[in-house]
Design a binder for this molecule. Structure first.
Ligand SMILES: CC(C)(COP(=O)(O)OP(=O)(O)OC[C@H]1O[C@@H](n2cnc3c(N)ncnc32)[C@H](O)[C@@H]1OP(=O)(O)O)[C@@H](O)C(=O)NCCC(=O)NCCS
Length: 447
């Protein structure tokens, strides 16, 4: 059921007079082969916000299906006071979407994260506080619902720091020169088969789950990923992409443990380039063997992949590591701690130690002083009274810095140099030994 939050009467902001509503995507009640009107209008607004083409109505039901599987909640902001000739006021002037998915934080269990997506405010309504209003109320609701952290992927790095998000993981855009084939130092293992597009649709989520469970920093994926690997959707766009091919990797027991999806960028593209659009491995061996396959495809001179781990084993597998070039590194996940004790207790750490963390949060969600105790990599965390635990090492940090530190992609020492963390040298060393002594986080999920 949707909730119409009614007309907004909040004082002191430019969102006054607008109408906010939240609802799941839905089908037309009279005709299930169509999306319902408010969902169609919401999609129209998102396409406008991200400068996408107008959608074809026939494609909407597939998108509704994906959104329902993802459990997305859509928020729309309406301006009923539009001038004559303006676009239908039923098209929102702002959109916002949320869903929940599991994040691997290295603990005993995956941690459900509140994911924020599809944030748009129409250019005619920008900088009037509409995003602020949507995100402030949404994050408070997510915390009240028991979610320890929120996450998003950002179109611009300047938007979300003020709302307490810190960049927490990155991926590398890489290129491989495959002329004459790539040579690997280890001998081949297992086998590869070109996948049946219908079968990979069912298998991809299973393989990704196995990847998620073993990969620190990985995040559960929305339905669009399996559709894309099968070539049935083009990313989030529900149009088929007939250029996409995919392969499965089978281990020595004959069980599938990874897949890669890729497409040729066309013969006009010199050198002839194969774009790897997704690569999911549930074992180190699967990762290596999928690349071995990709590096062996005839008539291909170059491979590109935009989602490689920053700490990528791939160049270390190659007989000629200079075939591998990092073109760019981009942030992926931005994390926003909502409940500091819950988030800190959920994480897996390295070693032992205790530290008092004083977290400042202008939005008041994760504010406070907390004692984090780690024994054998397992953390417990509870509020600490000021003056208590006097002998324990201490650090002060902003909530955005805590989001960045959380998965250890950046060290406490670097964050201290940047100003987000304030602590003595011994506390910084302890934080780094607890948070950053293990594998680098790797998240290839965009949403
Ligand atoms: C980014 C966007 C959602 C901002 O919405 P908005 O309603 O204009 O934002 P608000 O008015 O609530 O701004 C809140 C604060 O963030 C700042 N801000 C907003 N967008 C910003 C941006 N792109 N860069 C820097 N600061 C930004 C505002 O200046 C304001 O600062 P203040 O509170 O200190 O005065 C909107 O410009 C947009 O739709 N952009 C295109 C789509 C997009 O990039 N979406 C984000 C997807 S991750």
């Amino acid at each position: 059921m949707g909730t119409d939050n009614g007309t907004n009467n909040g004082a002191n902001n430019g969102a006054v007079g607008l109408r906010f509503a939240s609802f799941p995507a839905g089908y037309d009640s009279a005709d299930h082969s169509k999306a319902d009107e408010r969902t169609v209008r919401w999609f129209d607004a998102v396409n406008l916000g991200f400068h996408e083409d107008r959608s074809i109505p026939e494609r909407f039901p597939a998108q509704v299906d994906g959104y329902l599987r993802d459990g997305r909640i859509l928020t729309a902001v309406y301006d009923d006071d539009m001038p004559e000739y303006a676009w239908d006021p039923a098209v929102p002037v702002a959109t916002y979407g949320t869903m929940v998915n599991d994040l691997n934080v290295g603990g005993r269990e995956l941690l459900p994260a509140h994911l924020v997506t599809a944030v748009t405010v129409r250019p005619t309504h920008r900088r009037r506080g509409i995003l602020r209003q949507m995100i402030t109320s949404d994050l408070a609701r997510a915390k009240a619902a028991g979610l320890a952290l929120a996450a998003l992927t950002a179109s611009e790095a300047t938007i979300y720091g003020r709302f307490g998000f810190g960049a927490a993981t990155s991926t590398a855009r890489v290129e491989l020169d495959t002329r004459g084939g790539l040579e690997f130092s280890a001998p081949p293992r297992g086998s590869i088969a070109v996948a049946d597009p219908d079968k990979i649709l069912a298998l991809a989520p299973e393989l990704f789950r196995a990847h998620l469970e073993r990969t620190f920093g990985a995040l559960g994926r929305q339905h669009a990923y399996a559709m894309r690997a099968a070539g049935k959707w083009n990313g989030e766009n529900t149009e088929p992409d007939r250029a996409v091919r995919s392969v499965l990797r089978f281990n020595a027991e004959g069980l599938p443990d990874g897949y890669a999806a890729y497409k040729s960028l066309g013969w006009r593209n010199e050198p002839h380039t194969m774009k790897v659009i997704d690569l999911v491995a549930a074992s180190d061996e699967a990762y290596r063997e999928l690349w071995r396959y990709l590096g062996s495809i005839d008539l291909v001179d170059r491979l590109t992949y935009a989602e490689a781990p920053v700490e990528d084993p791939l160049p270390w597998m190659l007989a000629d590591r200079r075939r591998y070039t990092v073109k760019d590194i981009e942030d992926v996940l931005w994390l926003r701690i909502l409940d500091a004790p819950a988030a800190l207790a959920a994480r897996g750490y390295f070693g032992d130690g205790a530290v008092v963390l004083h977290v400042t949060d202008p939005m008041g969600l994760a504010d406070g002083t907390f004692l984090l105790k780690v024994r054998d990599g397992v953390g417990t965390c509870a509020p600490a009274e000021p003056g208590e635990d006097a002998g324990t090492l201490r650090a002060e940090l902003t909530v955005a810095a805590l989001g960045s530190l959380y998965l250890g992609a950046v060290s406490a020492r670097t964050l201290a140099a940047a100003g987000g963390v304030r602590a003595q040298d011994d506390a910084l060393s302890l934080l780094d030994s607890l948070f950053a002594a293990g594998p680098a986080p790797y998240c290839s999920t965009h949403f």
